[in-house]
Design a protein around this ligand. Structure first.
Ligand code: ADP
Length: 170
């Protein structure tokens, strides 16, 4: 059975993440989406909220499982007997960091390999940080995150009202 882990913060999940999840779920028998519970960062959504959002938007994908983890990714991979990590690459800016991470992981766990999927062009610019920034100022994020997620992000910033007012004025 081919298994892989797609790790990330997913704060919140974007259409770019979902695209990588859908594409990688076709490459393996079982895909674990690993939601990082990182005490160093202060995320907008709690780890449970991020896990639940991912469960909702992947409910049609039978071979995808959503789990949270803390600590080292390679330890999480070993615990689940997974030898493949999947990461998305958007642009050269991602490359240096991703290369360093994958090489470090390989030293720590030589049996674990990292596979990079290039982003679909239409999501190449998309990041969770951009989504948060847009939502904070009441911008339209409906093209960036799955439908089920849109209001959850606005709720965090109490900006949903501004959006409906803007729409009402059209
Ligand atoms: P992290 O904090 O680990 O970078 P993210 O949630 O930001 O977590 O991203 C998780 C993974 O998804 C990373 O490999 C990242 O490069 C990839 N990713 C993020 N946004 C996109 C996108 N728009 N298209 C493709 N891959 C993406």
């Amino acid at each position: 059975m081919k298994k892989a882990i797609y790790p990330g913060s997913f704060d919140p999940v974007t259409l770019g993440h979902l695209d990588i999840i859908r594409r990688s779920s076709k490459l393996v028998d079982h895909l674990i989406v690993g939601v990082l519970n990182n005490s160093g960062k202060s995320p907008l959504f709690s780890v449970d909220e991020r896990v639940n959002m991912l469960k909702e938007v992947t409910s049609d994908l039978d071979n995808v499982e959503i789990l949270s983890f803390s600590g080292l990714l390679v330890d999480f991979a070993r615990k689940h007997e997974v030898q493949t990590i999947i990461r998305g690459l958007r642009a050269v800016t991602d490359f240096e960091y991703e290369l360093a991470m994958s090489q470090t992981n390989r030293v720590a766990a030589p049996e674990v390999d990292t596979i990079f999927l290039n982003t679909s062009l239409k999501y190449a610019y998309l990041s969770s940080s951009i989504v948060k920034e847009m939502a904070m100022y009441g911008g339209d994020i409906s093209k960036f995150v799955p439908k089920l997620i849109v209001d959850k992000v606005y709720d965090k910033y109490n900006t949903a009202g501004e959006i409906s007012t803007l729409k009402g004025e059209d």
